[in-house]
Design a protein around this ligand. Structure first.
Ligand SMILES: Cc1cc2nc3c(=O)[nH]c(=O)nc-3n(C[C@H](O)[C@H](O)[C@H](O)COP(=O)(O)OP(=O)(O)OC[C@H]3O[C@@H](n4cnc5c(N)ncnc54)[C@H](O)[C@@H]3O)c2cc1C
Length: 346
């Protein structure tokens, strides 16, 4: 088949790789160049984890997690690094409780630690906190993924056209199927009930980078999360805040950095990493496309045109799995309605 894909974030590129592996010819369209920073897929790291507080997503990640290892093999690059993940907080937090329950009911081995035990030396737990450590998790290098998958697709005879499509659906006539992965721009083009928020993250200089061995998430109202250093030659770790930042219009290229979130990050570095004067470097923003339930959305726009807007700040790890499903839709092997939870809010 000749398949058009509009949008070259993680969803569009993952779909293109799945199409390539099934023998289809792909044309990618995007309004911006391959490594742009206007959407949701830029930066050097994204959490990829098998465990999830919600059993529905855990079920999907049982299929989706191994696909990241296939991406490394296909692109011959270290895009996914399996470092393990530590989720910590008050054990009464509902998310932490359902996360642990999911691990138990799926017989996934994990460690449960208290403040006297060490698995992630840089992190200081308080007496009333616990940490769940799952070694089957890690992080994906988002920019390396975007660059290497684009290079791979172009060297294998597919096309990328940089153009802004005022009505992306008009391109159906040139293709057997059209897939729209427009990220935050889905709100306008597909009239979705979503909110676009600007999410702040920054890099923190840490005194002992070798102690930052794990991806981590604080199970709390703000959901602060972070990563090990990207390589052994840097003393910077990336960390960010998951709770919604200011609402923005994706058409406006200004991406505000929230001072309030930067303060939260600074306080976190002091209390959890014991850094007296935290040095925050290169604060920046990225877009979340939030639904009220934080569920992803997808659907069939018209015959042969399918779309997906999986974000709400947790979509990246599902990219390869969603790419496979969007390719199933294009091939008429599956219909979006097979997953009613993703069609619920349309
Ligand atoms: C700071 C931050 C941290 C995150 N952390 C994690 C994490 O740790 N783990 C995780 O799983 N997820 C995480 N996420 C969420 C994840 O990154 C997103 O779900 C994912 O990147 C969304 O990808 P996308 O392809 O749907 O959108 P995008 O990457 O925004 O891609 C959409 C593309 O469509 C193009 N486009 C739109 N309209 C048009 C048009 N009319 N014509 C041409 N081109 C068009 C845009 O230019 C853009 O390139 C995070 C997100 C942010 C912002």
């Amino acid at each position: 088949m000749n398949i058009g894909i509009v949008g070259t974030g993680v969803m569009g590129l993952s779909t293109a790789l799945a199409c390539h592996q099934r023998g289809h010819k792909v044309t990618l369209y995007d309004q911006h160049p391959p490594l742009h920073t206007q959407g949701s897929s830029h930066g050097n790291s994204r959490i990829v984890r098998l465990d999830y507080p919600d059993p529905f997503y855990l079920e999907i990640m049982l299929q989706g997690y191994p696909l990241w290892k296939n991406i490394n093999l296909l692109l011959q690059k270290p895009i996914f690094t399996e470092s393990g993940i530590v989720t910590f907080g008050d054990p009464k937090t509902p998310d932490l409780q359902t996360l642990e329950q999911g691990l138990i009911s799926n017989k996934i081995p994990y460690d449960r630690l208290d403040h006297t035990q060490t698995i992630f030396p840089a992190l200081r737990l308080t007496e009333n906190e616990i940490a769940i450590h799952n070694p089957v998790a890690g992080w994906a290098n988002a920019d390396l993924f975007r660059q290497s998958s684009t290079d791979f697709l172009l060297t294998h005879g597919h096309q990328r056209i940089q153009t802004h499509l005022p009505d992306p659906t008009l391109f159906k006539k040139d293709h057997d199927a059209l897939i729209l992965t427009l990220g935050a721009w889905s709100k306008q083009h597909l009239n979705l009930p979503v909110t676009i928020n600007c999410q702040t993250f920054a890099y923190l200089r840490v005194p002992n980078p070798a102690e930052h061995t794990k991806v981590w998430i604080e199970s709390s109202e703000h959901g602060i999360y972070g990563f090990p250093p990207e390589s052994s030659s840097t003393d910077l770790i990336k960390f960010g805040v998951h709770s919604p930042g200011p609402e923005v219009d994706p058409a406006n290229p200004i991406r505000p950095v929230s001072e309030e979130k930067i303060d939260l990050l600074r306080q976190f570095a002091q209390s959890k990493f014991n850094i007296t004067n935290p040095e925050l470097i290169n604060p920046q923003s990225c877009l979340y496309t939030n639904t009220a339930t934080t569920d992803f959305l997808w659907g069939e726009y018209s015959p042969g045109i399918f779309w997906a807007s999986p974000c709400s700040g947790h979509g990246f790890k599902f990219g390869p799995w969603i790419g496979e499903r969007l390719t199933d839709f294009a091939e008429s092997k599956l219909h979006p309605s097979a997953y009613p939870r993703f069609c619920a809010s349309q």
